[in-house]
Design a binder for this molecule. Structure first.
Ligand code: SF4
Length: 243
């Protein structure tokens, strides 16, 4: 890892070399499979294995993170770092905050470049599966950084909420611009265009709330899928075994 993670850092922190755990169920979900209902065939599982091996060779996970003190809060508003973030029900969900943390996670361009070449070569099943592997890898990276932030904050008596992203749960995608102003993507080579599309594509932005009274587990119990071993503050047993 290139830098230590300071939860309240007002300077951008770049992390690389983070482990990425790709959940087969997550990949298949991106392929339209419903867990416990749709059973993948042996051919599909073999294709997944091929795409996973390729994806693991190609991915270059990087994260940039920066925190900003919260200057104002309302039921659907957070003011921080000179930005006004309009997020449905955020006051009820996160409670009183001291800071927000904004971050950008990417698995880099090589996966999407290979997906494009596979499509050009009409190797469609592998192209689609590798694309799903890339999406699952970006999700995994975002979950892992959420865990790292949680653990780093606990040592200082702070709590970190589950992450949220513009474009989900009613938070306007256009606020991606505000998130990029809070935490620019330049240090890890991520850009945002006028239509709020990010490059590389396999990139996820996130916002977390931070503070001693921040409400955690607002939409699922974070500890159930957290990788952190021997966490003294664990609130629930792990539900997904680490790879
Ligand atoms: S086990 Fe729970 S409390 Fe501990 S770092 Fe993970 S999410 Fe945070």
């Amino acid at each position: 890892m290139s830098a230590a993670l300071s939860v309240l850092s007002s300077a951008a922190v770049v992390l690389d070399g983070l482990p990425v755990r790709i959940d087969p169920d997550e990949v298949l979900r991106f392929q339209g499979y419903k867990k416990g209902i749709d059973v993948p065939t042996a051919d599909v599982l073999a294709l997944f294995g091929e795409a996973l091996a390729l994806g693991e060779r190609l991915m270059a996970p990087r994260v940039v993170y920066r925190a900003a003190p919260v200057s104002g809060q309302a039921p659907e508003l957070i003011e921080a770092g000179g930005e006004r973030l309009s997020i449905p029900e955020i006051g009820r969900l996160w409670g009183r905050l001291g800071h927000v943390g904004a971050g950008i996670c990417t698995v880099g361009r090589p996966i999407e470049d290979r997906v494009r070449r596979l499509f050009d070569a009409r190797e469609l099943p592998l192209a689609v599966m590798l694309d799903s592997v890339g999406s699952a890898a970006a999700e995994s990276l975002a979950e892992h950084i959420n865990d790292l932030l949680c653990q780093a904050a606990l040592a200082d008596g702070l709590r970190v909420t589950n992450r949220i992203s513009p474009g989900y749960a009613g938070w306007d995608t256009a606020e991606q611009r505000a998130l990029f102003r809070l935490c620019p993507g330049g240090p890890i080579g991520v850009t945002l265009n006028e239509a709020c599309f990010m490059t590389p594509i396999k990139t996820i932005t996130f916002l977390v709330g931070i503070g001693p009274e921040a409400r955690v587990d607002h939409y699922f119990t974070q500890c159930r899928r957290c990788w952190m071993p021997d966490c003294a503050y664990r609130r629930a047993p792990i539900a997904v075994a680490p790879r």
